[in-house]
Each structure stands twice: as C-alpha cells, then as structure tokens.
Design a protein around this ligand. Structure first.
Ligand code: HEM
Length: 441
C-alpha cells in the first residue's frame, strides 16, 4: 500500500477494464453468434481482463488469466455470488438447485450429492455404460454417415436416467427420451429475456415449456413415490439419497435430478462429440487412442480427453456477480457487475499453449492453474469423476467396436446453441467397419 492520499489512489484506478467500443447491440450479436472468435479477438486486443457490453446484462467483465481466475473462483470466492449469475434458469432447475444455492445451504446440498457422484462410486456405472454404448453402435451400418453428437446425446441421456437416477421403468424411460431433449433445447430467448416468459391463454413457447416441465416433474415424482415405497439397493443418486441419514424431500430431490440433467448431460455429450471430431482428424492421435482403448491405457485416454476439452470446450465461461467492488490490473469493478470467468480463453492462452487451436495429444494438459476443465473452488463440477469415467468408457468402447473416419476432411466449427458450443455438423463420421455387426469388416 502506498502512502498516497485516498483521493489520489482513487484517481489511479479506472472503473472497468477496456473492451470493444462497438454499440452494445453489435457486441451482443457477435458474442452470441461467435463467442470463441469474440473472446479471442478481445484477448488479443485488450489482454486477459476485458469488458464486453451485452444487452440485458450491461458490462460483463471477462477474466481469463490464471491469477485472476484463481482469485474469483477460489481465494476471493466469498466476494462473488455464483447463484445470482444462474438466476435465469430458476424456472427449470428449481430453488433447491445447487446452481441457485450459496453459503451454508450450498455446502450442505453439495455434501449430500457428493456421495453418489464420488469417484469410487462411479466405477459401479461402467458396465452399464458399456452396454449402452454397444446398443448405440449396433445401429451404425457400415458405409453410412452417423452424427456422433446425436449418438453421444442418446448415450449420455441413457447413462443419466438409468445409471445416475437408477430408473428402470420402461414407460418412464421411453417418455423421458422424448421429453428431456426438448427440455434441454429451450429457446435461449426465454432464458435471456424475461419478457419472453408470457403465455397467451395457454399458448405460445412459454406455455409449451411450462407444460413440458410439468410433465417431466410428474414422471420424476411418480418415480420417487415408487422408490420410497419399494427402495432399490443401488449406487444411483436416488437410492443413495433416499437411504442416506439426511431426510430429503421430493421437491429437493426433483431439483437435484433436473440440475444434474441440465448441467451434466449435454456438456458430456458435446465434449465427447468434440473428442471424436478431433481425434478422427489426427491420424497419429487416432492410432494412439485406439491402441489405448484396446489396452485399457487410462493415461492416454485421459490425455486425449483433456486435450479435446482444452481446445474445444463445450462452454466458454462460468458466471459470477461481484458482491463488492473488486480491484485487479489497476481497475476497480463496481459491486453488482457480472463476471464471465472464461475457462475457454484460459485454456487458449498462447503463452501456455502455443498454437492453441491445434489438437496435440502430446500436450497432456493436467488440471492446475492453467487448466481447469471442471472449474475450481466451492462450485467445482460435482460430476467431474462421473464425466471423466463416462468419456473414457464411451470413447474406448466406440473405438474398440467400430472404425470411423470424418465424412469431410475440414474441421467442424463451433456452433453456439444457448451456452453450448456444438460441432456444427454434429461430428459427422463415416462408418468403415462395425465389429459388433456380422460381416462388419
Ligand atoms: C465434460 C463434462 C463436464 C464439464 C466440462 C463440466 C464443467 C463444469 C464446470 C466448469 C462447473 C463449474 C461451474 C461454476 O463454477 O459455476 C460445473 C459445475 C457443475 N457440474 Fe459439471 N461438467 C461436466 C459434467 C458434469 C456431469 C456429468 C455432472 C453430473 C452428473 C455435472 C454436475 C455439475 C454440478 C451439479 C455443478 C454445480 C456445482 C456447484 O455449483 O456446486 N457436471 N461443471
């Protein structure tokens, strides 16, 4: 601290980090339509602390240097609110959701959910995951083109419903297979613009969405009623929570399950699709990962997964709201400002990862200050062990069962869909051989 008079110190700090001067509407459109390019442009032009002006949010301060990311997510996390940044999804995930909890309530809810999602417990799910993959791959005819993103979405949904939730009733599973993809395909306008949340005498997109949520809720509540009456003795979240020491209401359980679906299913499917999109375009990596799949070499599989998550993330940022003024880099950001902690840009820093867009299996990014695929601090991903086990199992099972090549040599680009970044052609691949089918080659 210098001995300068307070007013002199105040004059030396500017309120917000720099950023594009384009009209807010233009910035919003570029941010929504091309978030990766927008972020990379700002990082190059303004450095790892910049401000974007986004309609509906105002100034959004982006942080993407390891030290500031660490401050916001870990060491000064109590100066930021994660729940406030997720308020827009309350109508889907419900008030008991971890995404909307803070302080002691958040810590208590995390503790309850941590058990069934803990690393040792997720190994129970591996055999079921393998059978789900085999069922999907059996549908791939040799010579046809498959959209691996669609396959991965079906696989991760099935894993979530059957392994994580422990649902076995075939009618419920069949209905959820139809409803959940629709639920996760919410028009981003409904999330971003509260004014879009109106129904017109029971008609319109908002009314349809509410009806959809009500139907999903009814299925979950029917499942919970049955499981309370006839408890299962399984490792799944519902069984563990119902058998646990802490009493948990159906309303809480419902919000936990919908939260896991909302944050866990599509992210894992998208990361898997990117992993295939990348590996199939790098012959050396494909050889190494296929051989690792046959040998069960976890180290190589994890390196392949981590490099895909680093270079092609399924989302760019996690949000926080400053609870008090926050200083960094000579700027003083006012309380109430929305922060975008850009893990997508942290993982693309050319200083740490030269030629950051290139997929390079030799990089082996390891979780640490420069690589935080699952975030950090008290909101770090609760499903990280499950996601890693699932990605490892799916990629290994697919590469052992089928020979694939990209249907076109050109890399797929990231198409935004809400907060997700999807391979724009769905990670399309041609099936050259299918060892699970007779005469598969
Ligand atoms: C590759 C797949 C996945 C990635 C990259 C990922 C990434 C993340 C990240 C970065 C966060 C931190 C958000 C923040 O700090 O605000 C997070 C939170 C979370 N994730 Fe994941 N996730 C994945 C899969 C999963 C799965 C499979 C589940 C559950 C089955 C899950 C459950 C959660 C939950 C519940 C939170 C909120 C934790 C809290 O607020 O305390 N995620 N995830």
């Amino acid at each position: 601290m210098s001995g300068a008079a307070p007013w002199r110190r105040w004059r030396r700090v500017a309120p917000l980090p720099p950023g594009p001067r384009w009209p807010a509407l233009v910035q919003t459109l570029v941010w929504v339509l091309a978030p990766v390019e927008f972020g990379r442009f700002c990082l190059r032009r303004y450095g790892p602390l910049f401000t974007a002006r986004i309609v509906g949010y105002g100034p959004v301060v982006h942080v993407c240097a390891p030290d500031t990311v660490r401050r916001v997510l870990r060491t000064e996390a109590d100066r930021f609110d994660a729940a406030g940044a997720n308020e827009a999804v309350r109508f889907v995930v419900g008030g008991h959701s971890l995404l909307l909890s803070s302080g002691a309530a958040h810590a208590a809810r995390r503790k309850v959910l941590m058990g069934p999602l803990h690393g040792a417990n997720v190994t129970h799910y591996v055999a079921l995951m393998e059978s789900i993959v085999a069922r999907e791959v059996r549908g791939w005819r040799v010579g046809t083109t498959v959209r691996l993103l669609d396959s991965c979405q079906r696989i991760t949904l099935e894993v979530m419903m059957r392994a994580v939730f422990g649902i076995t009733d075939s009618a419920r599973l069949a209905r959820l297979r139809v409803l959940v993809p629709r639920l996760l395909d919410i028009n981003p306008l409904v999330i971003l613009v509260p004014a879009a949340r109106r129904h017109f005498r029971g008609h319109g997109p908002w009314a349809r969405l509410l009806a959809l949520i009500a139907e999903v809720d009814a299925i979950i509540h029917a499942e919970l009623a049955e499981r309370r009456a006839v408890p299962h003795d399984g490792p799944d979240v519902v069984s563990v929570l119902l058998a646990g020491g802490e009493p948990v209401t159906d309303a809480e359980l419902r919000d936990h399950l919908v939260t896991l679906l909302a944050v866990g299913q599509e992210t894992t499917a998208t990361q898997l699709a990117w992993l295939f999109e990348r590996v199939l375009r790098c012959p050396d990596a494909l050889r190494a990962v296929t051989s690792a799949a046959h040998r069960g070499d976890r180290q190589v599989l994890d390196a392949a997964i981590n490099e895909a998550v680093r270079s092609r993330p399924s989302t760019m940022d996690v949000g926080r709201i400053a609870l008090e003024p926050w200083e960094a880099g000579g700027y003083r950001v006012p309380a109430g400002t929305l922060f975008a902690v850009s893990l997508g840009l942290l993982h693309r820093s050319p200083a740490t990862y030269p030629d950051p867009e290139r997929y390079d299996l030799g990089r082996c990014p390891e979780p640490g200050p420069d690589f935080l695929p699952f975030g950090a601090g008290s909101h770090r991903c609760l499903g990280a062990s499950l996601a890693m086990a699932e990605m490892r199992t799916v990629v290994a099972a697919v590469l052992r069962s089928a020979r694939l090549e990209p249907d076109r040599p050109a890399a797929e680009w990231a198409r935004p869909k809400g907060p997700m970044l999807l391979p724009h052609r769905g990670a399309a691949a041609r099936v050259l051989a299918n060892h699970l089918l007779d005469g598969g080659g």
